[in-house]
Design a protein around this ligand. Structure first.
Ligand SMILES: Cc1ncc(COP(=O)(O)O)c(C=O)c1O
Length: 480
């Protein structure tokens, strides 16, 4: 397996150039593939491992101070969408660390990139000590973003939350310390003290003294259509009128993640972004969850919104996280730095994933992301038709009923059984885990079953076995 060059100059790259290293990497990956070939579908836990597995989970809970949300401890062996757990079970992983593992488990290309990275002189790179792969990573993102936006520069850090902190600082400095932030209801932005305050979940900021001024905006409501756009613009103008010159930014997820995989049409964002522009408020697009998963690499590209975006943050599938900003947002020295940017393997695996997605036919209306989503909808709609009793109308915040049981876009897939009731969605998630599918939840009422499949490797026909298991899991919850 030859390495794609991470060179940003014609100067030598000794690891990538060595035929002996390439041959050894190939031999290791071949060995791995033979172990992976045993994982071909979901498998129940091995009863003989139960006691040891339970002890390992208890130790996990003891060390962390609480038990994990789901009893996941991997052996380290996986095969694309399939992963083996320490209890001997094999699961279809439709969650992937909430969207991190775009190529699932043990993808040979990613493993090879990681092996090469392990031979570099540094495990962690930083703002003072960068190898050329760090520049290649940031440069890749800038070049992709530049095609349809004014974004010109990139700051790298190792969590979505940290690049969000960077984005907020950039916006605040640009607006001379404007103290207020506009954000959508139900948004999620990470767990720092500031991001927990902007994120619209009360439980995530329990006990934290509130020091951040946030003005919440309604997200698009499909049942109201154009009225929803009118109402949101009215809301925004009210805030601007009430607090003139006080807003550092409007932060928007173009597809809401934790908030419920909610989507909105271009006109909704254009109306809000134009209002921001007229008032001199920077627009910050938080794509930490959606990046790479929609029908374009950056979600703003598909919606043709690049001209309005001043700052964008990305993370998860890219392995290292990034804050990109336009030239006129470039902050003064000293505002952005940190000991670590990311690990060498995060840069090399991230670049491998990004290049494979860009060059492998994943984007566009006929791309692999769109096709995987279409196959998801086909299976999901068939299940709704087959089991109508499980799909009861979902009530929105105004008490209006909806029969939209299937939603999302690209590699962000959601289903809403049992009227979107939180307790039954969580029970479905747990039953699915036991039966062999890992999924999660999203939304703040209604709640949805959330899936972030490994788009890079999952084949549309693999929804077949996944939905067989989901049907069994929902059946168990429906019976109770
Ligand atoms: C939209 C969005 N922003 C920011 C974050 C925070 O990223 P991290 O958990 O890497 O800090 C997340 C994480 O789920 C997210 O979904």
């Amino acid at each position: 397996m030859t390495a794609a060059s991470n060179a940003v100059s014609s100067l030598p790259n000794p690891i990538a150039a060595s035929p002996a290293i390439a041959a050894h990497v190939d031999a290791i990956v071949a060995e791995l593939k033979s172990a992976q070939s045993a994982l071909t579908g979901a498998r129940p836990a091995d009863p003989s491992r139960k006691a040891a597995f339970d002890a390992a989970l208890a130790r996990t809970a003891e060390v962390r101070g609480r038990g994990p949300l789901m009893p996941y401890l991997g052996t380290g062996l996986g095969n694309g969408p399939l992963v083996e757990l320490l209890d001997g079970s094999v699961k279809w992983d439709m969650l992937n660390g909430i969207g991190v593992h775009m190529f699932g488990h043990g993808d040979p290309r990613m493993v090879a990139a990681s092996l090469r990275a392990s031979l570099a002189d540094l495990c962690m790179q930083g703002n003072l000590t960068s190898n050329q792969d760090s520049v290649a990573f940031a440069g890749f993102l800038v070049d992709e973003a530049k095609r349809s936006s004014r974004l010109a520069h990139c700051f790298v850090s190792n969590s979505g939350c940290m690049v969000n902190e960077a984005a907020l600082k950039v916006c605040m400095q640009k607006t001379n310390g404007a103290p207020r932030i506009l954000a959508f209801q139900d948004c999620f932005m990470g767990r720092s003290i500031t991001m927990s305050q902007i994120g619209d979940t009360a439980a995530y900021r329990q006990g934290i003294p509130l020091s951040t001024l946030v003005d919440y905006m309604p997200f698009y409501d499909p049942s109201m259509g154009a009225r929803s756009i009118e109402m949101a613009v009215w809301h925004l103008k009210q805030y601007i009128h009430r607090y003139p010159g006080q807003h550092a930014c409007f932060v928007m997820e173009l597809v809401q993640g934790e908030g419920g995989f909610n989507v909105a049409p271009r006109e909704f964002f254009v109306a809000l972004m134009e209002t921001c522009k007229a008032a001199g408020i920077p627009v910050w697009d938080d794509e930490v969850q959606s990046f790479g998963r929609t029908e374009s690499m950056f979600c703003f590209e598909r919606l043709d919104l690049g001209q309005y975006i001043d700052v964008v943050t990305i993370g998860k599938m890219s392995q290292a996280c990034a804050c990109l900003f336009a030239a006129d947002m470039n902050p003064k020295p000293g505002l952005l730095s940190g000991t670590f940017t990311a690990s060498t393997s995060a840069f090399q695996v991230g670049l491998e994933a990004l290049r494979t997605m860009r060059d492998g036919g994943y984007y566009g209306p006929q791309g692999k992301n769109a096709k995987l989503h279409a196959a998801f909808r086909e299976h999901a709609n068939a299940l709704v038709a087959k089991r109508p009793a499980w799909f009861t109308p979902v009530k929105d915040a105004f008490g209006r009923e909806s029969t939209q049981y299937v939603g999302g876009t690209g590699g962000m897939c959601r289903m809403t059984p049992f009227g979107g009731d939180k307790d039954r969605i969580l029970k479905t998630m747990n039953a699915a885990f036991e039966e062999g599918v890992m999924a999660f939840y999203c939304g703040h009422g209604p709640y949805h079953l959330r899936m972030l499949p490994p788009v890079g490797v999952m084949q549309p026909e693999q929804w077949g076995p996944v939905f067989e298991i989901l049907e069994r899991a929902m059946g168990r919850v429906a019976e109770k």
